[in-house]
Write a protein that binds this ligand. Structure first.
Ligand SMILES: [Zn+2]
Length: 62
């Protein structure tokens, strides 16, 4: 079974699977599962966004 990116409106093939909790901070998702598939483009964006997120979190939570 072929799997696809689960960002709303995206029809690209799956590149990586990430936790929905993290991914939903960045994207609107079309799944109820706890793991979501992202395509290459969305994964790149996800990595960038969550990296910045963690920096902020670290400052806020320490
Ligand atoms: Zn995508």
């Amino acid at each position: 079974m072929e799997e696809y990116c689960e960002v709303v409106g995206c029809k690209n093939p799956k590149f990586k699977t990430v936790s929905k909790k993290e991914a939903e901070k960045v994207f609107s998702l079309s799944t109820q599962k706890t793991k979501v598939h992202l395509c290459k483009e969305h994964y790149k964006k996800f990595k960038k966004e969550t990296k910045e997120d963690r920096k902020i979190e670290r400052l806020t939570w320490v």
